[in-house]
Design a binder for this molecule. Structure first.
Ligand code: FAQ
Length: 311
């Protein structure tokens, strides 16, 4: 009965075991999971654009090979995650339609422009660093296909983070102009990176329920603090100053204090008013339309092949 099924679901979550696609789950759980996984998948796919911008202008063959590999990994993560959403009954073309019509979100961070090659390094260091902080705990998320996808994705993200740090280290040892590019990129990306973790807990409508269902394992503010604590020593190692005069070690708390985040900026970017929202979505829409003939050809081939097997 419904009561038994619900009891089984609750016990599975409470024991830290995984909910699998064929298991009964509350409709709210299914909807939340589809929302988060789809937003995550869209972020990976839209996230290819800011860095893809620099592939043809990479300063060396080595940097180009690294960047190509990273952007391809992001495509892979997106496909993986769309498959995870499909295990919940989501329809892939419908998710794409929701993205290109602006009805589903993707991470705010990808609505900022990439103005120099230092941005490639800073995205690797800060954006992938933030992504790792957020996603490592999701390896223990209660939905099996999502949690398992996170394991591989996190391994690849840590390569991405290291390549960013190594690129910045190289630039910091270079010319004054190169150090200036790094400084400018860090200044532009620091605050938007902190916004990746979402609104403050008091203003986060989904956190309490997602924590109870063990979809999320930490709150937005907990993960943001963890990211700041992890990143400050890395900035010192690089020799860059983070653009926050209030950033300082608080011995009593055992954490770094940091300045106030401009939440109106996050709201603006999430609601489509960021510097590159229109450009990112238009690019994705164009790519989807340009790919129509490939989808048609693949479907025609599959239909023909199926016929041949039957005959
Ligand atoms: N941007 O109640 P909450 C990557 C939305 S990493 C846009 O706190 P929740 C790797 C939120 O979805 C980036 N929207 O929501 C990479 C919700 O929307 P609703 C992707 C945001 O879900 C690196 C509403 O605001 N990572 O791609 C943002 O409990 C480099 C209320 O917020 C993930 O998606 C934001 N920053 O917590 C790729 C990780 N923050 O309800 C390429 C998985 C919040 O209106 C290059 N996701 N919203 O539909 C999560 O952990 C969670 O969904 C959070 C938000 C923490 C993002």
């Amino acid at each position: 009965s419904e009561v038994d099924l619900e009891g089984h679901f609750e016990r599975t979550v409470a024991k830290d075991q995984r909910i699998e696609p064929r298991d009964w789950m509350p409709e709210g759980y299914r909807a939340t999971m589809i929302r988060q996984i789809a937003q995550h998948a869209h972020s990976e796919i839209i996230g290819m654009q800011p860095e893809g911008n620099w592939i043809t202008r990479a300063p060396s063959l080595r940097r180009k090979a690294i960047l190509l590999a990273k952007v391809q990994d992001e495509a892979g993560h997106g496909l993986y995650l769309y498959s995870a959403a499909e295990t919940l009954g989501a329809d892939r073309p419908d998710l794409t339609e929701r993205l290109i019509s602006g009805r589903q979100k993707y991470s705010s961070i990808f609505n900022y422009p990439t103005l120099s090659f230092a941005d490639v390094g800073v995205i690797g260091w800060l954006v992938d660093g933030a992504a790792i902080c957020n996603q490592v705990p999701l390896c223990r998320s209660s939905y099996g296909p999502y949690a398992r996808a996170m394991i591989r994705i996190c391994k690849e993200e840590s390569f991405h983070q290291r390549q960013g740090f190594e690129l910045l280290m190289t630039m910091m040892k270079g010319t004054t102009a190169q150090r200036e590019m790094v400084r400018d990129a860090v200044n532009r990306f620091w605050w938007p990176s902190l916004m990746m973790f979402g609104p403050p807990d008091a203003d986060s409508p989904n956190t309490a329920r997602s924590m109870a269902w063990r979809i999320k394992r930490h709150t937005n503010d907990e993960l943001r603090q963890r990211f700041v604590d992890m990143t400050v020593p890395q900035a010192e190692a690089l020799g860059v100053t983070l653009p926050d005069p209030d950033l300082k070690w608080n011995a009593a708390r055992g954490h770094y204090d940091f300045g106030a985040i401009d939440w109106t900026e996050l709201k603006r970017v999430i609601s489509g008013e960021g510097p590159c929202n229109a450009q990112r979505v238009a690019h994705r829409r164009r790519a989807h339309e340009d790919g129509a003939w490939v989808r048609e050809a693949a479907a025609a081939y599959a239909a023909k092949h199926e016929g041949a097997v039957r005959d």
